[in-house]
Design a protein. Sequence first.
Length: 208
Amino acid sequence: MSPIFIGITGASASGKSLLSATIYQELKEEVGAHHIGIIKEDSYYKDQSHMSMEERLKTNYDHPNAFDHHLLIEHLDQLGRGFHVDIPVYDYTEHTRASDTIDMEPRRVVIVEGILLLTDPDIRERLHTSIYIDTPLDICLVRRLQRDIESRGRSLESVISQYRQTVRPMFMQFVEPSKQFADLIVPRGGKNRVAIEMIKARIKQLLE
Ligand SMILES: Nc1ncnc2c1ncn2[C@@H]1O[C@H](COP(=O)(O)OP(=O)(O)O)[C@@H](O)[C@H]1O
Ligand SMILES: O=c1ccn([C@@H]2O[C@H](COP(=O)(O)O)[C@@H](O)[C@H]2O)c(=O)[nH]1
């Protein structure tokens, strides 16, 4: 049986990971842990190990060119055909791909989450339902500051400077306009209980 792909997108730190993890945790009780999985678009950032750290720091990580969407699409198709895939592991501190990968077996439901998913028509056409998290940008910035300093090895100055130079402009150019392609727009982020229940109900309906 071909998996059901659910896309979750929105600004950086809008709550995509939290929403995906919540749906995963709650649905796995009902459909079984082996039947549901999550793929992060971030895992498909291009490897930059051939570049100097100075060059890596200049990369625009919020532009579609920063991602290897070809590999992501290939993996969605392989899962669709019932094959395992080796998901890359991305290191946000070194800006490189780790040498090991994570094996993912075919699942009945695959949640795919990331900032630029809906900008790519080849990804859009593979998603059975797409969700855009609409969290105000100031809230995203505060959340991102905290997260990037605590868990992505970043300084306050670097987060603010990257936000001004690329994160906000690319959000305006690519992420926000991709909202038009979503089936559902969720305000506030990963703790919207009504949205979580609606998405779970939709997935269960698709599974029938
Ligand atoms: N509705 C919310 N209320 C409070 N904190 C939230 C909410 N949604 C997300 N967060 C927190 O904000 C941070 C970024 O959320 P995350 O889900 O990682 O964002 P994204 O995956 O969109 O980048 C995390 O620390 C997360 O726990
Ligand atoms: O090397 C990197 C790779 C990515 N980023 C930033 O990550 C976010 C996307 O991840 P979210 O989990 O959706 O926040 C994107 O805005 C990039 O700017 C990075 O800083 N460095």
